[in-house]
Design a protein around this ligand. Sequence first.
Ligand SMILES: *Cc1c(COP(=O)(O)O)cnc(C)c1O
Length: 236
Amino acid sequence: MSSNQDTMADRIAAIRIRIAAACVRAGRQPDEVTLLPVSKTFGEHSIREAVALGYKRFGENRTQEIAQKAPLLVDCGLQWVVIGQVQTNKAKDVARLAHELQSLDRLELAQALDRRLQSEGRAIDVLVQVKTSPEETKSGLEMSELIPFLRELKQFQTLRVQGLMTLAILSSDARAVRSCFAQLRALRDKAREEAIEGISLDRLSMGMSSDFELAIEEGSTEIRVGSAIFGSRPNP
Ligand SMILES: *Cc1c(COP(=O)(O)O)cnc(C)c1O
């Protein structure tokens, strides 16, 4: 466990060791797993500390927060990754500010984004967020809707579909958590068999501070880690 005296470098080194150990258990290589620092609620100073340790991409769940932080950090050349639920009326902000969206969960949002991205003359990487947990509070596309949704996404030249994202159930039962990750991977494999042209689904964004080792064992290619890097956040 981290104490207040730990530096960010210490905390990231500890995470890297845990990533490597999970990879050994799963017969994977540590370089198959990307660490995405999630900087939501943390300010310029903390982000600069992570930049100094070599990170350039940061996860945020609100476009308003990116709009506040981005101007303070322009010199760093950062890439902002939106990981939170996006209201359709915020598509303009995603198109303007984000390098990537990991929480694409409905056609209406894809349409709004495509329109805005066309006018910005840009394309972005997207992951489709899938609901693998029964909790009402979790957002994401229903698993049964994924394949038809991917077929629809082909029409949008501005959205480069790279893979899937999920949030596991919040539970102390490791089997229940692992099952969410396993379901996402199985769904990805099934979608791949459909061989939807132009969509490769190489990336699986799954795992956070509390459950990233299980996610890696189940095939995660990207873990989104906030509190284990930046410290605990005030309760919402
Ligand atoms: C906040 C957040 C994370 C990181 O959570 P931690 O528990 O702080 O690691 C990961 N994914 C999403 C979608 C988030 O909103």
